[in-house]
Write a protein that binds this ligand. Sequence first.
Ligand code: FES
Length: 86
Amino acid sequence: MASVKMVICIGSSCFARGNSENVKIVEDFIAQRGLEDELDIELSGGLCTNNCPDGPVVIVNDKIYKHVNPDVMLDIMESHFPAKGE
Ligand code: FES
């Protein structure tokens, strides 16, 4: 069962500002670490609230992350899924 629920906003603003790239980063991360069963990803254009100016927006377990550039996206993934065996 998935332990982490992630919503990546793919409304036009967030998508253009970087979430198109963030989706790929997350997918690659999942593939490399074998996290298919641990992360539930939803790509949503429907959560476009008033966060567009602070986008790209990613929500993890109801916590909103703003200005998510690729480095931040990787940090989010690492913090939720630390490498095993270290
Ligand atoms: S497009 Fe993502 S919050 Fe508006």
